[in-house]
Design a protein around this ligand. Structure first.
Ligand code: EPZ
Length: 419
């Protein structure tokens, strides 16, 4: 088990290149199960979550090859049962259900267990499958969905906390091979959903409206192989923009889709940083005194919940009182207690963090609890006086490719230490 050690106080300067998107690569890799033909996916990030997905595909019978960011999958034959041992490691395994149901008309995946960021049911996914004509059985910790055939339907994915990203992906992947037309209403509009729809359309699917809350899918008989390049990771890009804000003189984030980050760059400009650039490259610089901010997380194109923890780390050092309200995963504040150990002044009030900016943070041994919380601790460590030791960094390796090396190239004093 590794830990990351950071000696704070070094200002960052230079350029960083963004990897392919984790949250796009995972459902796209699952979608390769929808055809017997060969699929080639480029710019697949080297992350533990991607490894788990490739293990699931191989376990289901697909031939999987991987070479420096290019993954080739051919699922000539597939089994329809995804194993608990692998599925329990990664919630996104649930998006194997849609393609297996679409192709084999049956799928069994273990029910995702508890998650530190909060309650994460899949009732909306299952409701969608039932509308397409599938029966759902939950038994022995597994969910089985099956149907003699699937037919088009009108499906609303509106839930207690709004829509669902992987639910939209799953229903899209099941509906592409259903008889007739499916309309998904209240669909998620995330760029990762659009990227998946673009890949499916390259495979011969007929999907319109991805990126809007109404997606129309006309079922086809079968899909063929295709090649696709995954979009840049907007959350990794946002994390490096905040690294530039928290400890930078001038940080250039390359290979980025600026249009996917508007809510993040708007927030950074509102609290006093200068962000410039267009698609391809964004530059962040300090712009005099920073200002406090009131922020709410929302579904895309609103401020992403996956950037909330990182923003808490930044606002801990911005003068004045800021508030951060988490509307998607109301309990997603595991990072707060660890930031307080570093001297941050944060009070939780239900799903809102009240943050009073402090002049200094101090380095400390801290514990990562989940992917984005660990990124927030790394960001705080960049600015903190002294040394910060972040334990359980396997969390960060789930979603950030070589974060320590990339920050090192920007001038951070950071190393990964075997424990
Ligand atoms: C995706 O998770 C992302 N994961 C998450 O990123 C991200 O936080 C989340 O979308 C929201 O943007 C991947 O893409 C692999 P949801 P997903 O279903 O699809 C509730 C990261 O850090 N809900 O959109 O699982 C749910 O509890 C990860 O990279 C239901 O009630 O999230 C939540 O409150 C963490 N019933 C809300 O909807 C359902 O059936 C949104 O969840 C499904 C969801």
């Amino acid at each position: 088990m590794d830990k990351i050690v950071i000696r704070g106080g070094h200002s960052l300067k230079g350029a960083v290149k963004i990897s392919g998107s984790k949250n796009s690569a995972l459902p796209i890799l699952a979608a390769t199960l929808l055809t017997r033909e060969r699929c080639v996916i480029q710019r697949v990030p080297d992350l533990s979550d991607v490894h788990y997905m490739l293990q699931i595909l191989a376990h289901l019978g697909a031939d999987v090859e991987r070479a420096s960011g290019i993954v080739t999958v051919q699922a000539e034959k597939v089994d329809s049962v995804a194993p608990y041992e692998i599925v329990r490691k990664m919630r996104a395994s649930v998006c194997a259900l849609g393609p297996l149901l679409g192709r084999e008309k049956e799928a069994t995946v273990s029910l995702p267990g508890g998650c530190v960021i909060g309650d994460r049911p899949i009732d909306l996914h299952l409701r969608g499958f039932q509308a397409l004509g599938a029966a759902v059985r939950v038994h022995g910790g597994n969910v089985k969905v099956f149907a003699p055939s699937l037919h088009g339907a009108i499906i609303s994915l509106k839930g207690k906390f709004g829509t669902t990203v992987l639910g939209t992906d799953n229903i899209m992947m099941a509906a592409v091979l259903a008889e007739g037309t499916t309309v998904i209403e209240d669909a998620a509009c995330e760029p990762e959903v659009v990227d998946l729809a673009n890949f499916l359309n390259k495979m011969g699917a007929k999907i319109e409206g991805a990126g809007t809350s109404r997606i129309v899918i006309e079922g086809v008989k079968e899909l063929h192989g295709a090649e696709h390049e995954v979009i840049p990771d907007r959350i990794e890009a946002g994390t490096f923009l905040i690294a530039g804000a928290i400890a930078g003189r001038e940080v250039i984030v390359n290979r980025v889709r600026a249009d996917h980050l508007t809510s993040v760059t708007d927030a950074l400009q509102s609290c006093g940083f200068r962000v410039s650039g267009t698609n391809g490259s964004l530059t962040i610089r300090p712009n005099g005194t920073s200002k406090s901010l009131n922020l709410k997380t929302q579904a895309y194109p609103g401020f992403p919940t996956d950037m909330q923890a990182q923003m808490c780390a930044l606002l801990s050092t911005v003068s004045g009182e800021s508030t951060v309200t988490e509307n998607i995963f109301p309990q997603r504040f595991m990072h707060v207690s660890e930031l307080k150990r570093m001297g941050a002044a944060i009070e939780l009030d239900g799903a809102t963090a009240r943050i009073r900016g402090v002049d200094n943070l101090s380095g400390a041994p801290v514990m990562a609890s989940d992917l984005r919380a660990s990124a927030a601790l790394v960001l705080a460590g960049l600015l903190a006086d002294g040394t910060t030791e972040i334990n359980r960094v396997y969390h960060i390796d789930r979603g950030y490719e070589m974060i320590d090396e990339k920050l090192g190239e920007l001038g951070a004093e950071i190393e990964r230490v075997k424990v």
